[in-house]
Every structure is written in structure tokens, then in C-alpha cells.
Design a protein around this ligand. Structure first.
Ligand code: AMP
Ligand code: GLY
Length: 442
């Protein structure tokens, strides 16, 4: 099989690396990839988050006779990459642009959940800042304000004080901090509980859950600071055999699949459910239409099954025949970011210490891996060391351990050996957070 992965971050490194280990995969490219992952798989320069880039990707897939394209980020999905590939009879894993609205528009997602009885925080949507402000003047606190459109995980404000909520409305709707993404907003109740990511693969009928994870979205220790795309995660959070997983599938995921069918929206791909496990049961905070980043790094590191075969079964609507085989050991992924992220940051700094970490990783027998995101190579040498920083999230050190504590220790030992100007990471990745899991009778 010849495989193409679209995207260029840490998640795409994990996807491409895992797919490259499938015996059925003979050749694999990542487009555009990055100079770090280019040490594992071939890359091709194009921008899949633009219509021109999607056209180039279609052409590349035709030229190279690609059997399976896997879309990493949301942007190409929202732009309709899947329809474009399917028009040329090219196989592609991911939902079409209509289904991608589940992630592309928080208003669409909330209204979809409402229509199909999927538990989620009570909410109102607004396209008028005056009305939003008047509502927030009276509502109970804390309150959550969300920009409707894509904001790279940064368009959510949890306001504990009224002034902060009003400020968030102004920043999104008047100052247009997120451009058009903030012209509509969702205002919703704050849900106390413990957060969990459950990603399922689906062919539209069957939902095949991947091992769970807990993601750390805020930039700073103790979940302080602004929200980011994700500063690290661990897997598993709740084990798949826990009755809670069936409850989530029955009450949240299958109703979503039924809703998509009722609305005649086909779906083949991954659904990322960002969940809050509350005293009243699991509730959906958000749906994403792809694998998570950095969840993919931690989760796929534990997957023993042949990912290419699983994705192919999904495309052939045979997911009901698949069972996944997992490494029972927990994993932790610690993201190393550029200082200032998710705000402005400088880049172009030399990354040192990778050889030592990678030698240790090789000696550890695949218990440690650095997945690369915002990195670039030397001019004229687009792959191979040395690497320089070129993005907010630079890399993710991922480790397996006999216990969560051991996986955490291993990931931190490794990231401490990596050096670049402004390297920032949280110290508490792998320490579960949130309220204790609610004890419920099933
Ligand atoms: P979202 O992008 O909608 O998942 O929101 C980003 C983060 O904000 C989530 O991962 C939660 O940590 C937090 N969050 C969002 N909505 C709520 C809510 N209704 N109650 C509590 N926390 C929330
Ligand atoms: N880690 C959060 C996300 O992928 O959306």
C-alpha cells in the first residue's frame, strides 16, 4: 500500500510513523510534514490548508498511485479535501466538509447535539454582542465563552468573573481577535468534573473506541494561563473496559452517528469527543473531526494493531470486524513549546540534545520517541539534524512506562536533556487533574 498523510505537526508525525510500521505499507509520504518527521518518512512540500494545496495533494496522490490518504488537521477537512479526493476516486480517511462543521462551527455542533439529545452544557448562541453582553450580565458564574469558528484551541474563555466574560465577548465579537471565527459565539454553563478525550474511528455505523487520554490544554502548570492546542497528555485515563466507556458510546457517540445519518451526512474518519465526566454523567464539551494533537502521539504509541489495515477496514465499512490490540502500559507525551506560545513567540533556535535522547530511545527498545512539530532543518538540508524551532509547539516527548508515574518520569528525564532558547513545558503532565471520577452505578 502507498500512503499519504496530510499535515505537518506532531500528530502527523505519530500517524506517519505508525503507518510506516504497517507491513502492508510499502511507501509513505507526509505532506508537508516537517524536517523532524522527514527522518522517518518522505515528505512533499504543499499546504493542505489551502485550496491550491489540496489540488496539489490530489495530483500527487494520482502521480504516486496513493492507495490511502489520511488527513491529520481539521483545515483540509473543512475546505472539502475529502470530496475533492473522492471525486477523483482516491481513497481518503476523514469526513467531508459538511461533517467537519461539527468542529468548524461550535454553534453548529451545539445545535446538532441539541437536536439529537446528546448531553452537553446548557448554552445560548449569539451573533449580536449587545445581546451576548446582556445575557452574561445576569448569568451564573463561572461561564464559558466560545468563539464559533476555528481558533486553534485558543477561542475558549472560562470566565470566573463577570468583567472577564464581558471582555471575552468584546475581544471576540468587536475586536475580532479570532477574525470571522468570533462573529458568532456560544455562551455555555461551566461543567465541573474530570476531562477526558475519547477518540473513536467510525465508518458511519460502527464506532471503534481508541484508548482514552487526558489532555492538558492550558499553557501553564496547574491548568493556569491561556488555552493552547494541548501541552501534553497521558493515556489511558479511563480504561476501555470500564462501564463508563459503554455509557459514553451509548449516550453520546452512537446518538451522534444516528444524528449524522438522519441529517444525511456521511462520516468516515475519526471523531474526537472532548468530554467532561460529571456527577450527572458524561457530557460533550466539543467534537473534533480528527485525531487529537498531542493525544495521537500518546495513543498511537500504545497501539499494537496494524493502523493501515484498520483505516482501510474503516473505508470499506468493515469496522465491525476489527478489534484493536493495545500495549497495556500507560504513555505520557510532554510537549516542548516556544516561550510565549500560544501568544507571539520567536523561532529559529537550534535544538540541542536530540542525539542523546534518541540514542537512549533506541537503547530503551521503543519505549521513548520524540515526535516533531514546529521544526525546520538547515537551509538546503530539509531533513536530518540539526533542527531549529519554527513553531509554537516544537516537539512532544512520548514515553511508555510500567506505571503512569514511570512513563511520566521517563518523558521528563528525556525532555530535560533537550535544549533550545525559550523551551517551555509544563511540569505536571501525567498527573491526573480534575475532580475524582464520579462513582456511579451502571
Ligand atoms: P473546547 O475547545 O470547547 O473543548 O474547550 C477548551 C477547554 O475549555 C476544554 O478542554 C475544557 O478544559 C474547557 N471547557 C470548555 N467548555 C467547558 C465547560 N462547559 N465547562 C468546563 N470547562 C470547559
Ligand atoms: N488536543 C486537543 C485537540 O487536538 O484538539
Amino acid at each position: 500500500m502507498r500512503v499519504l498523510v496530510l499535515g505537518g505537526g506532531g500528530r502527523e508525525h505519530a500517524l506517519a510513523w505508525k503507518l510506516s510500521r504497517s507491513p502492508s505499507v510499502k511507501e509513505i509520504w507526509c505532506a508537508p510534514g516537517n524536517a523532524g518527521l522527514a527522518r522517518d518518512v518522505d515528505t512533499m512540500s504543499l499546504a493542505p490548508d489551502t485550496p491550491e494545496g489540496i489540488e496539489q495533494a490530489v495530483q500527487f496522490a494520482q502521480e504516486k498511485k496513493i492507495d490511502l490518504t489520511v488527513v491529520g488537521p481539521e483545515a483540509p477537512l473543512i475546505l472539502g479535501a475529502v470530496e475533492r479526493f473522492e471525486k477523483e476516486k482516491l481513497k481518503i480517511f476523514g469526513p467531508n466538509h459538511q461533517a467537519a462543521q461539527l468542529e468548524g462551527s461550535k454553534c453548529f455542533a451545539k445545535e446538532f447535539m441539541d437536536r439529537h439529545g446528546i448531553p452537553t452544557a446548557a448554552f445560548r448562541t449569539f451573533d449580536n454582542p449587545g445581546e451576548a453582553r446582556r445575557f452574561v450580565e445576569k448569568t451564573t458564574l463561572p461561564v464559558v465563552i466560545k468563539a464559533d469558528g476555528l481558533a486553534a484551541g485558543k477561542g475558549v474563555v472560562i470566565a470566573r468573573e463577570r468583567a472577564q466574560a464581558l471582555q471575552a465577548i468584546d475581544a471576540m465579537m468587536l475586536e475580532k481577535r479570532f477574525g470571522e471565527a468570533g462573529s458568532k459565539i456560544v455562551v455555555e454553563d461551566f461543567l465541573p468534573g474530570t476531562e477526558m478525550t475519547l477518540i473513536v474511528l467510525t465508518d458511519g455505523e460502527t464506532a471503534l473506541p481508541l484508548e482514552t487520554a487526558q489532555d492538558y490544554k492550558p499553557a501553564l502548570n496547574g491548568n493556569q494561563g491561556p488555552n493552547t492546542g494541548g501541552m501534553g497528555c497521558y493515556s489511558p485515563h479511563v480504561p476501555l473496559k470500564d462501564p463508563l466507556i459503554n455509557e459514553i458510546l451509548d449516550r453520546l457517540i452512537y446518538p451522534a452517528l444516528a444524528g449524522l445519518r438522519i441529517e444525511k451526512i456521511p462520516y468516515c474518519g475519526a471523531i474526537y469527543a472532548g468530554l467532561m465526566l460529571t456527577e450527572e454523567g458524561p457530557q460533550v464539551l466539543e467534537f473534533n473531526v480528527r485525531f487529537g494533537d498531542p493525544e495521537a502521539q500518546a495513543i498511537l504509541f500504545r497501539l499494537k494493531s496494524d493502523l493501515a489495515e484498520v483505516l482501510q477496514a474503516c473505508l470499506e465499512e468493515r469496522l465491525n470486524e476489527v478489534t484493536l490490540d493495545w500495549d497495556s502500559r500507560p504513555s505520557v507525551c510532554v510537549v516542548g513549546a516556544s516561550q510565549g506560545y500560544p501568544g507571539p513567540f520567536e523561532s529559529g533556535f537550534l535544538i540541542e540534545g536530540l542525539e542523546e535522547v534518541e540514542q537512549e530511545a533506541a537503547a530503551s527498545g521503543s519505549e521513548l520517541k520524540v515526535f516533531f512539530a514546529g521544526v525546520k532543518g538547515e537551509a538546503g538540508a530539509p531533513s536530518g539534524l540539526p533542527l531549529y524551532t519554527s513553531g509554537g509547539r516544537v516537539l512532544g516527548v512520548t514515553a511508555l512506562g510500567e506505571t503512569l508515574e514511570q512513563a511520566r518520569a521517563k518523558a521528563y528525564q528525556a525532555i530535560k536533556k533537550i535544549r533550545f532558547t525559550g523551551l517551555s513545558y509544563r511540569d505536571d503532565i501525567g498527573i491526573p487533574y480534575g475532580l475524582p471520577l464520579p462513582v456511579r452505578s451502571h
